[in-house]
Design a protein around this ligand. Structure first.
Ligand SMILES: Cc1cc2nc3c(=O)[nH]c(=O)nc-3n(C[C@H](O)[C@H](O)[C@H](O)COP(=O)(O)O)c2cc1C
Length: 168
């Protein structure tokens, strides 16, 4: 089995970070580079990144004791739109950028948790976002604490038979 599939198997959402162990600046740079390299529909790159760290960062977003958060915002008006049904790709693009960050974090020995359950209005105000920018996804990032372990849901994946239709 390839390295990537092993990494995908081993990864789980971290909700027990070590608050004392900061993420090295070089690793933060690599996480941001991973996001920058993400493919987006029509290459529109209609997202922006906010790196929240230190006291100030934690006063804006604080989940699971993570020392660092990256918030990805979307610019719906800049994203690619499918003509036939007006489908806007902004959230898909952000999901992919977030996945790049998540997998790069894992590869660097860090852990992460994607977070959508935040107060959009509060985060918009605290980040002082312009009116055309909306926070869509946050990632809590850091090193795991001693108590780190996957939640039950991590083991509750549907079987491939439940997910797949083969047409041949
Ligand atoms: C788009 C998205 C949003 C998520 N939002 C949250 C969240 O707000 N809070 C949380 O604790 N976990 C959140 N998660 C983590 C999921 O609950 C988790 O990925 C899922 O239960 C599978 O577990 P695993 O990541 O450990 O394999 C989110 C995951 C995704 C992909």
């Amino acid at each position: 089995m390839g390295d990537l599939l092993n990494l995908l198997k081993d990864r789980y959402s971290e909700r027990r970070f070590d608050p004392e162990k900061d993420v090295e600046e070089e690793k933060l740079d690599l996480l941001l580079e991973a996001a920058r390299l993400a493919p987006t529909a029509h290459n529109n790159q209609a997202f922006r990144l906010y790196l929240l760290k230190g006291e100030k960062g934690r006063s804006i977003l604080s989940t699971f004791n993570a020392p660092v958060h990256i918030v990805i915002t979307g610019l719906e008006e800049e994203a690619w739109v499918r003509k036939q049904d007006s489908f806007n790709a902004v959230n898909l693009d952000i999901g992919i950028a977030g996945t790049h960050i998540m997998l790069e974090a894992e590869d660097l020995g860090l852990k992460s948790c994607m977070i959508c359950d935040f107060d959009v209005e509060e985060l918009t105000n605290n980040l002082q976002l312009p009116g055309n920018e909306k926070p869509v996804l946050a990632l809590a990032i850091g090193y795991p604490s001693q108590a780190s372990r996957p939640a039950k849901k991590h083991y509750q994946r549907k079987s491939i038979d439940e997910l797949l239709t083969i047409i041949a």
